[in-house]
Design a protein around this ligand. Sequence first.
Ligand code: NAP
Length: 247
Amino acid sequence: MKRYALVTGASRGIGRAIAIELAKDGCSILLNYKSNHAAAEEAKRLIEEAGGEAELIPFDVSQPDAINAALDAWFAAHPDDYIDVLVNNAGIVDDDLMLMMEPEQWHRVIDVNLNGFFYCTRRVIEGMVENHHGRIINISSIAGQKGHPGQVNYAAAKAALIGATKELATELAPKTITVNAVAPGMIETEMAEQVAEYMPERMRDMNTIPMRRLGKPEEVAYLVSFLCSDKANYISGQVIGINGAAL
Ligand code: NAP
């Protein structure tokens, strides 16, 4: 029986690296993204080049009807399968100082980073519970653990993901489903470039990172791969930072 892994936001950045690594581990990848079809096709090509397999499953994680329509269709086409690994990775930033932040900025960031976790997980855990096995990884952030100016919306969503991870881990432990959060520091992706554009000079300074460099998406992917493996059977409800000793 194939082991299916749904990785949200897997067309680019950290999600793409996770999808490639899980494919190398033998998972068949459900590669989610929102709208960047070219990037998603390239991610699929890289997975196939690495000897894995992937199918594209675009939907907006903040839209429960779209999620259910896409996953209902997938389950209908795979009546004997379930999704054993869910990586809630899709995320956005929309930074501003609180004084300037518009309600839309608050809601958009909460909708994608936090409500997306709820909608996707709610739909996917049914199969894990029935099959008494599963792995859920929530990609949080150092921003949910430590303050950064301009990210009240993002920090609130990422900190809430940590709380949800700890709680859900206790609910699902009897079903042999582990739930963990991974909290990256600054990782070399398009999101980091976007944040760096308006970050104060002192924060862009690599001196704030004891390892004096940004992390690589692959480094996050190795951690996720480990958490999804049998080697991590007894690890659940944890928040694992990957930040070059920045916290
Ligand atoms: P990225 O390079 O900007 O890629 C974002 C990915 O999420 C893309 O695949 C994008 O799809 C997808 N996405 C965005 N909104 C979506 C939506 N509404 N529905 C479905 N997919 C959506 O971001 P990244 O840096 O890899 O970040 C990945 C995760 O790591 C995020 O949760 C982020 O908060 C977290 N994180 C990042 C850093 C960092 O420094 N990079 C640090 C800590 C935590 P399209 O290609 O279709 O747009």
